[in-house]
Design a protein. Structure first.
Length: 202
């Protein structure tokens, strides 16, 4: 988990230190984002929380064809058509992904977003009243700070609610949540202020 996310998500609590009641999960349909969704579903199951699954797809700008030079209009029209096809395919894939997760027993809302992914995710979190965002990252533990500039890092920086980042190699996300955010194995510091890693080495 990003350092910023860790500071804002202690105990997997939502805003104000309360257990999350509305969990927002962005997806790009990658294995990493599906792993984050499974973690969020187990958490929602345990807390009886609502869950919203969202995806940001390219949106066609129908005015483009009229703004470019005549020689470029065919290419612009083709681009718009391709964007429309991608948006339709993404909407179908989003619905299929939600349907595949029905066995968790958690109702899943779905939402298609427009615009820059990070901005759209943060905006939806605010509008829906999410008190936790669970998002997947493709970065590996050894290069987690290379995450800077990615969608996940931008969401961590801009979101008003806690953000829990699930990394591909995080083992904890494969099991039942115990109320502890991803990337913080071992729980809270001990009475002497030592982090969980130091406690394990005693």
């Amino acid at each position: 988990m990003s350092d910023n996310a860790s500071a804002g998500s202690a105990g997997a609590a939502g805003s104000g230190g309360q257990a999350p009641r509305r969990i927002l999960v962005p997806t790009d349909f990658s294995p990493a984002s599906e792993k984050a969704l499974d973690y969020a579903l187990r958490l929602a199951q345990k807390l009886s929380a609502d869950l919203c699954l969202c995806h940001c797809a390219p949106q066609p700008d129908y005015e483009v064809a009229g703004l470019v030079s005549p020689g470029m209009r065919t290419a612009a029209a083709a681009f718009i058509e391709k964007a429309m096809e991608m948006a339709i395919a993404a909407r179908i894939e989003l619905a299929d992904l939600a349907a595949r997760k029905l066995d968790f027993g958690v109702p899943i809302m779905t939402e298609m977003l427009e615009g820059r992914a990070a901005d759209a995710i943060v905006r939806l979190a605010r509008q829906w009243g999410a008190d936790l965002i669970v998002i997947g990252s493709r970065s590996r533990p050894g290069i987690r700070h290379v995450l800077l500039g990615s969608v996940a890092e931008k969401v961590v920086r801009a979101a008003a609610c806690p953000v829990l980042v699930v990394h591909p190699d995080d083992r904890q996300s494969e099991g039942q949540p115990e109320g502890q955010p991803e990337g913080q194995p071992g729980g809270q510091p001990d009475s002497q202020g030592r982090p969980p890693g130091d406690q394990a080495g005693q």
